[in-house]
Design a protein around this ligand. Structure first.
Ligand code: ATP
Length: 772
């Protein structure tokens, strides 16, 4: 038997031993859990039996309360403990299938024997709880595995740096307790293992990458020092993967203080949210709050406003390229995306301290009871040194007092009697009981008085609630006034046209995407908003698609959160992001200490051939390095005209399917084009169309616009409109690049006689041409 086989056998034996240990632990936990379950059930059943209830004297009441509290605490403690055992069991189940994926032998300086360290998704101790059978991948010592190859190595602990020598680095593939593969690795973490991981078919949900995290990704994952970590990474470089493992790492590192609910991930679309939602549970961690920026803003728009989605904005600018309204809209988008707009708004808001704020009438039964002018005058009579939101609180107090006065007057009116007659039986019964308590049962005058009070209080409840919510401030009209009356310092070209366009939208309560964050910003500056202090860490994926204004707004609402921003300037697809480098708006850097920037240049998703083709039309593409995974060259199918496209699509899809590709995406520039393709193919193929509302997808043939494919990947990608007409403007470049880089194994481009100029930026030997 060779040395290799010997050690393989020894490793399998160790796997077996560890699994036996896991099973023993599981058994122990099952016994504990079933005892606990019974005790929880009994406690629930007999809750009241064990509580001494005596309400005779005040002291007895206090004692009873204490007894109930004690019983409830006991129950919840047991329930919590039961839940914890459930979690531990889940982790053990995962370990039972694959207890670890790596081993390093480390000889610590000053020691004589090297110690083997096995690394897996969670820690496991031996039965005496003395030695680690498996180390969690996030433990300090595990960083050796990701950061070093055999030779001198070191890692950081709270006590300081530990130096030594790594004498062995080994990787395992263990499935269902069987050692399927074992590699001793050199310079980087097992090219072989990574090759295998990347060569698989695309999945409909993202997978964790803990077994093959690369050194540069590990830096992102384990960064603890920076308040703001900015990652610029080329398409497929593992930004999203690193971000999710980073979440798991931070939750492990700060287990006592940082919980899933303190972390928010802003994702580019709902499809992406569900695509990545398996990673953390796979790592044994609870899922964090994942929300799109649009969903976040919509939740804050309490007024009945309709908000345009970023994709509607995108579709608009992609499909109406040449008309005048669109040109004005683009200028409007540019301005409203900028910090110049924010400083103009700030000036406008500070002027509102003196004049110009607009209010709403307060009406009751269709009568104005407090006129907006009266509210305005009261507001402006308040001391000018008080901030606008604080003044609003004072106005609300003043209004509530006035409303209560009106309420008292209203009680005597005839409409109240009419309403009393309409009261339900239950209402009467309730009043009767209340009066009984007050021992005024025979007093019919008191009864009417009580009923009148009740009816008016009910009628005024809504108004009071709205006043407390500061609804009397007309934020929409005030925001509109900026475009009607204000003369901003930095007004862009076509300002009047922009104003007219904005006024039309706002008057129909429609908030365009470019107005959404500015509108909420103004709203919060006027009526105040408690910043979201519960969020301690904010992750923003596809950060390049946020405008400088939106970033400033995010900083405003999460002033205390640390941030991790991940993006790729080459994939900046929104109209506003076409200008300059959008990933890191300079304002974000102001006032934020400890900024760290990391650049990822290696692309893991696509085959070498696809990366070699796409890098030529990515701005700054020379820095993109492919991972060494071989595949076919991208194929360019040149159709004489668009007539043959249906047949070619059918043929190509069948060919790709026959080659074993399970997820084949037809990625178009616009939703409009995606509709056309879907209609064309739906009779012949089982094809699924993805749109803005899609929340998940299954393997198969999909058709979708590029902006919905962000962050996602497919086995094969077909771009059916790779022609000049679709992609020729400079602003199309990033869209085209994003579409092409969704492919893992195969990329097919179809064009009419006139292909996109971006294709021609790639040398001819980087793709195969097939003329039809
Ligand atoms: N270290 C790694 N080990 C295994 N797979 C990896 C690793 N890094 C990246 N990948 C794989 O590469 C693909 C791309 O990763 P990911 O989606 O995180 O990249 P990205 O930079 O966010 O891409 P994009 O910006 O193009 O959306 C995924 O399939 C991911 O699993």
């Amino acid at each position: 038997m060779g040395v290799k086989n010997q050690s393989r056998e020894a490793e399998q034996q160790r796997v077996d031993t560890v699994i036996l240990e896991i099973k023993a632990k599981e058994k122990e936990l099952y016994t504990k859990a079933s005892g606990l379950k019974e005790s929880v059930i009994n406690l629930r059943k007999n809750f009241w039996e064990d509580v001494t209830v005596n309400l005779d004297e005040p002291d007895d009441v206090i004692e009873t309360q204490a007894s109930i509290k004690q019983q409830a605490e006991l129950l919840s403690e047991r329930e919590r403990f039961h839940g914890k055992i459930g979690e531990e069991l889940k982790t053990l189940k995962r370990l039972e299938n694959s207890p670890y994926f790596g081993r390093i032998d480390f000889l610590e300086a000053g020691q004589t024997e090297s110690e083997p360290i096995y690394i897996g998704i969670a820690s496991l101790m031996d039965k005496h709880d003395e030695n680690f059978l498996v180390y969690d991948w996030r433990a300090p010592i595990s960083s050796l595995y990701y950061d070093f190859s055999p030779g001198k190595a070191k890692y950081e602990t709270i006590e300081g740096t530990i130096c030594g020598e790594m004498t062995l680095k080994r990787q395992f593939i263990i499935r269902n307790g069987l050692l399927k593969g074992m590699f001793d690795t050199g310079i980087t973490i097992g090219d072989q293992l990574l090759q295998q991981a990347l060569g698989n078919n695309a999945s409909t949900s993202m997978k964790s990458i803990v077994a093959t995290i690369q050194r540069e990704q590990n830096k992102i994952i384990r960064d603890e020092k920076s308040k703001c970590l900015i990652v610029q990474g080329v398409a497929g470089s593992g930004k999203t993967s690193a971000a999710l493992q980073r979440v798991a790492y931070l939750m492990y590192r700060y287990r006592e203080t940082l919980h899933a609910e303190n972390i928010v991930l802003l994702s580019p679309n709902p499809l992406f949210s569900s695509y990545v939602s398996n990673v953390l549970p796979e790592l044994g961690e609870a899922n964090i709050r994942q929300i799109t920026f649009q969903e976040y803003l919509e939740a804050k728009m309490t007024d009945k406003l309709v908000v345009e989605s970023p994709f509607q904005q995108m579709e608009y600018s992609l499909t109406e390229e040449n008309d005048e309204a669109c040109t004005v809209r683009r200028k409007s988008i540019d301005y409203k995306s900028s910090l110049t707009f924010k400083s103009d708004l700030d000036e406008f808001i500070s002027q509102l301290q003196n004049e110009g704020l607009l209010f709403r009438n307060i009406t009751f039964r269709k009568q104005v009871i407090i006129a907006k002018e009266e509210i305005r005058d009261y507001f402006y009579s308040l001391d000018n040194s008080i901030s606008i939101p604080n003044k609003m609180e004072l106005v609300a107090k003043w209004l509530l007092a006035k409303i209560r006065k009106t309420e008292r007057k209203e009680r005597k009116k005839d409409w109240v009697m009419d309403e009393i007659e309409l009261l339900s039986k239950e209402d009467f019964l309730h009043v009767y009981k209340e009066l009984q308590k007050q021992e005024h049962i025979d007093d019919s005058g008191r009864e009417e008085e009580y009923l009148r009070r009740k009816v008016t209080a009910r009628a005024f409840a809504g108004i009071k609630k709205r006043v407390k919510r500061l609804d009397f401030v007309n934020v929409l009209a005030t925001y509109r006034a900026f475009f009607k009356m204000w003369d901003p310092k930095n007004a862009p070209d076509e300002w009047e046209k922009i104003c007219a366009q904005t006024a039309v939208d706002l008057s129909r309560k429609y908030i365009t995407w470019e107005d959404a964050a500015p509108y909420l910003y103004v709203k919060e500056r006027l009526i105040g908003e408690h910043s979201d202090r519960s969020v301690r860490h904010l992750f923003i994926d596809e950060a390049q698609d946020y405008t400088p204004f939106q970033f400033a707004y995010i900083r405003h609402i999460f002033p205390y959160a640390s941030m991790t921003l991940l993006g790729d300037v080459n994939q900046a697809i929104f109209t506003h992001t076409m200008q300059g480098s959008p990933l890191i708006p300079s304002n974000l850097e102001e006032g934020v200490e400890k900024i760290e920037k990391i650049t990822l240049t290696k692309s893991y998703r696509s085959t070498k051939q696809i990366v070699e083709f796409t890098k030529h039309f990515a701005p700054g593409g020379e820095m993109i390095e492919p991972f060494n995974r071989e595949g076919n060259k991208p194929e360019l199918i040149e159709l004489g005209d668009q007539a043959g496209i249906k047949g070619q699509l059918n043929r190509k899809i069948n060919e790709l399917k026959a080659a074993g590709h399970e997820t084949i995406a037809i990625i178009t520039k616009t939703q409009e084009k995606s509709d056309t393709i879907y209609d064309m193919l739906k009779e012949d193929l089982s094809i699924v169309q993805i749109n803005e509302e899609s929340r998940s997808f299954q393997k198969g043939i999909l058709v979708l616009p590029v902006y919905l494919a962000k962050g996602i990947e497919f086995d094969a990608v077909i771009i059916p409109d790779a022609s000049f007409v679709s992609y020729h403007l400079e602003s199309d470049r990033t869209l085209f690049y994003t579409a092409c880089t969704r492919a893992m194994h195969e990329l097919v481009l179809m064009t009419d006689g006139n292909k996109s100029p971006f294709i021609m930026e790639s040398p001819k030997d980087k793709y195969d041409v097939r003329a039809i």
